[in-house]
Design a protein. Structure first.
Lengths: 359, 332
């Protein structure tokens, strides 16, 4: 028995604590989702970090008030803002290590998710102790369309999301629901989308996503092509790329209306074959340094010439995290793919830059 | 292999929980533990005193014969050497983020943006800082407190209505300390640097090159050196002359391939005790850097989080993040 206990303790010490960020515009249902996560019978213990002026009670033992203090890092990276309070709170929570298994961060309705994510790139202590699991955005099916027009924060939250909970679907017609879904997909075709009432989603839809884990970036496909939570959809789309040297994803397919958001888009590119690392790495670094202010999220799986392993990267604004991952499988096509989600992306410039890195 | 070693003079201790701070309450070696208790080291064993039940100690300070602890239960507690605990503040629903104490009994603490100063009569004054406060330090003379926050630091006279004097420098400032002669204010920063100001003319000093944040700072007894953690050696800055460390290189003592996490200057001689991320503890002499091993790194040892000398400099108490601790008694 004693030996087992010791192993468990050791495991806890070395394991990074997963952090899930719940974002969404005012009234969309963040606190509903939070309380749903907390009250479900899962045996897990959470530490919850909420904005101090939250309106609804939180049903949890360990709730910490945050003040969303965002500051710029004094490191020459102009858009590198971090959540100072989060650094302080995570440091403090570590002293209660073992009394909780995961951290949930609820942001205010007007918050930009980027500083939260950037905190996990920038602060070594936070990075050693915790890992960002996913940014989950809760959207109100009835009002999101309007908010996308009048609230840049709402658009940021959709663009940034790994998981989108499209909530209050009972308040809209089927057409309205299709319409708002298409508007979301115009901004972010990559997030997992769940249509709910009262934020009723299975917990594994929001927890344990590993969305920022390089090891888990397995493919880059628009989520609606993969079916998402649409059960009747098939999964045979993986090979329809590569019949040209490069191409953009088809957004008009599968019955959704095709919207083009005026200022927030995604640019997805692929090169059917290898990329020269000597060209690609400097290009990527320079490009995010120059245009990082408008790039919210970036992801890529790249086939480097003469490299048996896949190079994967992900980034937030100017911050990049990249590494060689698993080996390409023998039957796997060596295709280099990248996607940027951002504001007023210069598609031609990105396309030209990426294509010129072909080996 | 280091020639000199005091390893045989160390009494190993098991505090039972990660050590947040160390001190001597009179003669009694005491450790503040992250699980909310104090551990008084007694001959043969020790005694745990629950100070913050069901809570964690986030910060601690010491003053003549007392341990002052701040918890995530919002309480500030003063513990005497007989083990009696007195709650002097309860900031309901908040965390105590920083603490400072002085031998006359004055205590200052912060929770979020609020800084409170309690003088030895118990009168409490409040200052709302421009942003969250991470570090506090008493000035050596006068009832005045240095406050580290975002974008700089402030010097506050709690007993005057005058607004605190701002010392501006962009970025997030963490710990604060003031030189014993009251001429220099030094903060550690989020960006792995130290920032200093010469207080009379607010001249800026940047002390950079750290691979990690500096969270432990200690002045030599003569006030001429400042030892700091955050690098693979103790980085010791010279403050001998008027210019302080401006234009001077620091000393590096006890260089290893492992990060220094805690430093404490000896109260009477130019010797610094330093603890590392792997649990090693050594003494280094300034300025020649001669090393004496106190504790070799144990297998799977964790970071030394606290070091304290007694007033005579005959005993050194240390504690680590895994609850392991030890008491060095210097040979006669």
């Amino acid at each position: 028995m004693a030996a087992v206990a010791a192993i468990t303790l050791e495991f806890r010490v070395s394991e990074k604590i997963p952090v899930t960020v719940l974002t969404g515009y005012l009234g969309a249902g963040k606190t509903t989702l939070l309380n749903r996560i907390l009250t479900e019978d899962h045996g897990r213990k959470f530490a919850v970090i909420v904005n101090e002026f939250g309106e609804i009670g939180i049903d949890n033992d360990l709730v910490v008030g945050a003040d969303e203090e965002v500051f710029e890092m004094n490191n020459g990276c102009i858009c590198c803002t971090v959540r100072g309070d989060l650094i302080r709170i995570i440091e403090g929570l570590l002293k209660r290590r073992g009394k909780f298994d995961a951290i949930l961060v609820e942001t205010t309705g007007l918050a930009d998710p980027a500083p939260v994510a950037q905190t996990f790139f920038v602060d070594a202590d936070v990075r050693d102790a915790a890992r960002l699991d996913a940014v989950v955005t809760i959207a109100d099916a009835k009002w999101l369309g309007d908010r996308l027009k009048d609230a840049p924060e709402a658009k940021n939250q959709i663009a940034f999301a790994d998981v989108i909970i499209l909530n209050k679907t009972d308040l809209v017609s089927t057409e309205e629901l299709h319409d708002v879904e298409a508007r979301i997909r115009a901004i972010n075709p990559y997030a997992q989308l769940h249509k709910t009432t009262n934020c009723a989603v299975p917990l594994d839809a929001v927890l344990g996503r590993n969305a920022f884990d390089l090891e888990r970036i397995l493919e880059i496909e628009p989520e609606f092509l993969n079916g998402g939570d649409d059960p009747e959809h098939d999964h045979d789309h993986h090979d329809h790329h590569g019949h040209e040297h490069h191409e953009h994803h088809h957004r008009e397919s599968h019955g959704l209306k095709h919207y083009h958001d005026e200022d927030m888009q995604s640019v997805a590119l692929s090169i059917n074959g290898d990329v020269d690392p000597e060209k690609f790495v400097p290009w990527l670094q320079d490009y995010v340094q120059k245009e990082g202010g408008s790039i919210l999220r970036a992801k890529g799986i790249i086939s480097f010439k003469d490299e048996p392993k896949r190079f994967v990267f992900q980034g937030v604004h100017m911050l990049l995290d990249g590494d060689l991952q698993r080996e390409w499988k023998p039957q796997e096509k060596r295709v280099s793919r990248l996607v940027f989600i951002g504001r007023n992306l210069k598609e031609d410039e990105i396309t030209q830059g990426f294509l010129s890195c072909a080996a | 292999m280091t020639a000199a070693a005091l390893t045989a003079n160390v009494i190993p201790l098991d505090a039972g929980a990660p050590v947040a701070a160390a001190s001597f309450l009179g003669d009694i070696p005491a450790l503040a533990l992250e699980d909310g208790t104090l551990f008084f080291v007694m001959p043969g064993s020790g005694q745990h005193i629950s100070v913050h039940p069901d809570a964690a100690i986030l910060t601690a300070a010491t003053s003549a014969g007392h341990f002052i602890t701040g918890g995530d239960d919002g309480r500030v507690v003063v513990v005497s050497q007989d083990g009696t605990a007195q709650e002097i503040a309860n900031e309901k629903g908040k965390w105590i983020d920083a603490l400072a104490a002085r031998d006359d009994g004055a205590v200052a603490w912060s929770c979020g943006k609020d800084v409170r100063a309690r003088d030895h009569h118990g009168a409490i004054k409040t200052f709302a800082a421009p942003s969250t406060v991470r570090g506090l330090a008493f000035m050596p003379k006068g009832y005045r407190i240095a406050i580290a926050h975002y974008d700089g630091a402030s010097l506050w006279f709690p007993n005057t209505a005058a607004p605190p004097e701002p010392f501006k420098w962009k970025g997030s400032h963490l710990s604060a300390t003031v030189s014993p002669d009251g001429r220099f204010l030094v903060t550690s920063m989020q960006e792995n640097t130290l920032h200093g100001w010469r207080i009379p003319d607010k001249k800026d000093m940047r002390m950079s090159g750290y691979p990690a944040k500096t969270r432990s700072l200690s002045w030599s007894f003569d006030g001429q050196w400042l030892a700091t953690s955050g690098a693979d050696a103790a980085i010791i800055w010279p403050f001998k002359d008027k210019e302080g460390p401006i234009g001077k290189a620091p000393l590096e003592c006890g260089a290893r391939q492992v990060r220094v996490t805690s430093v404490a200057f000896h109260p009477k001689s130019l010797v610094v005790a330093q603890g590392y991320e792997d649990g090693l503890v050594m003494l280094c002499r300034v300025p020649d850097g001669a090393e004496i091993l106190v504790r070799p790194p144990p297998a799977a040892g964790r970071a030394i989080g606290a070091l304290a000398w007694d007033g005579t400099g005959r005993r050194l108490l240390f504690g680590a993040a895994d609850g392991a601790a030890g008491l060095l008694e210097m040979p006669a």
